[in-house]
Design a protein around this ligand. Structure first.
Ligand code: ATP
Length: 349
């Protein structure tokens, strides 16, 4: 596409031992993160874990106390935000309300003293890319939230940056628009090959959109991996809880297998010593059956192409089961639960 960077691809981005403290509290506690050109990485974690601080450090809006930040191998410590070759989109619509859409998008080019003719052409291209070519003359305050974020994206991309930083850009939007715009951001990002860091606290969003997800907790990255890796082999209980829709079940490692309610299951990941563990079992790896572990149905919900049923076991633990819509268990019903035998991950308890 015409708007692609001259180089045609994104930059590498590296954080090496990055430390940032606020009033003695380490918001970033020695973060290491290496992002490949054109890669889409999500920073995922609960409120206060340091996601935004990491992004602001990358952008230069926030200085760091220790470590280094490299863009295409060059330390950017002394490089101000507007010279870092990045585009940014924030949660709140940061458009100038009394400028037109076109003027908003042209703004960065005007600051760079790009000639008016070229400015208009490039802004029009950027608006076309986000599907808003027809709205250039509207004022920003006359747009819906989703449209405003599209303009913000066009404005971030119009200067042809090699890195795109997105800080919860979808969280103010309603569910349907959120999914649409998420998919569109991914499409545009792939087309441009721009290296992208996307901050979110929504695990579904992170898993859906990113090449790799870095799960953050209290200023450190607990695990980084592809969505599949995080989902199937969470490295810690925190990651499993935060990323998975998994059931947590008490079990025991015996001779390299996880024993759960008398069933021996293969363990994913590194071999583990014998001892008590919490086992993570996905709802699709459990079935309702005519025999197995006795349980009582708590609730069953219809989810379109499948059903999810929550049951209580004799030891008062709960398990969610994903199953066919034809099966309609009733609350209070006595049922049996069968573990299908899929390999599981477990962490010491
Ligand atoms: P959220 O999703 O709520 O924005 P986050 O993961 O992005 O959370 P940060 O905003 O990066 O978290 O904040 C990390 C920690 O640093 C928090 O404890 C926060 O209170 C603190 N912090 C961030 N910015 C500042 C600041 N300017 N002054 C003081 N403390 C700050």
């Amino acid at each position: 596409p015409a708007i692609a960077t001259a180089e045609g691809s994104g930059a590498t981005v590296e954080l090496v031992g990055v430390v940032k403290s606020f009033a003695g509290h380490r918001a970033l506690n020695a973060i290491d993160l290496a992002i490949k050109p054109g890669e889409f990485v999500a920073l995922l974690g609960p409120s206060g874990c340091g996601k935004t601080t990491a992004l602001r450090a990358l952008s230069g809006l926030e200085g760091i106390d220790d470590g280094s930040i490299l863009i295409d191998g060059a330390d950017v410590a002394a490089v101000p935000t507007n010279k870092r070759d990045i585009g940014m989109v924030f949660q709140s619509y940061s458009l100038f309300p009394h400028m037109t859409v076109q003027e908003n998008v042209e703004f960065g080019l005007r600051m760079r003293r790009v000639a008016p003719g070229e400015r208009r052409g490039r802004a029009a291209e950027a608006l076309d890319m986000v599907g808003l070519a027809h709205l250039g003359k509207r004022f920003a305050h006359q747009l819906s939230g989703g449209q405003q974020q599209r303009v913000a994206l066009a404005r971030a991309l119009v200067t042809r940056p090699r890195v795109l930083l997105l800080d919860e850009p979808l969280s103010a939007l309603d569910a349907k628009v959120r999914v649409q715009l998420r998919d569109e951001i991914r499409r545009i990002q792939t087309e441009l090959g721009i290296t992208t860091v996307f901050v979110t606290h929504d695990q579904e969003e992170a898993l859906a959109v990113a090449d790799r997800v870095a799960v953050m907790r209290e200023g450190v990255i607990e695990q980084i991996g592809t969505p599949e890796e995080l989902y199937t082999t969470p490295a810690t209980a925190f990651v499993a809880d935060f990323v998975g829709l998994s059931n947590r079940v008490a079990g025991e490692v015996v001779g390299g297998k996880a024993l759960v309610h008398g069933v021996a299951l293969e363990l994913l990941g590194e071999p583990q010593p014998d001892g008590p563990v919490t086992v993570y079992i996905r709802p699709e790896d459990v079935a309702l059956a005519s025999e197995g572990i006795p349980a009582t149905v708590i609730a069953s919900s219809f989810l379109g192409s499948l059903r999810r049923t929550r049951v209580r076991l004799a030891d008062d633990s709960f398990i969610s089961i994903q199953h066919d819509v034809d099966l309609k268990p009733q609350a209070g019903e006595s049922v049996h639960v069968r573990l299908k035998g899929a390999p599981v991950s477990a962490v010491p308890r």
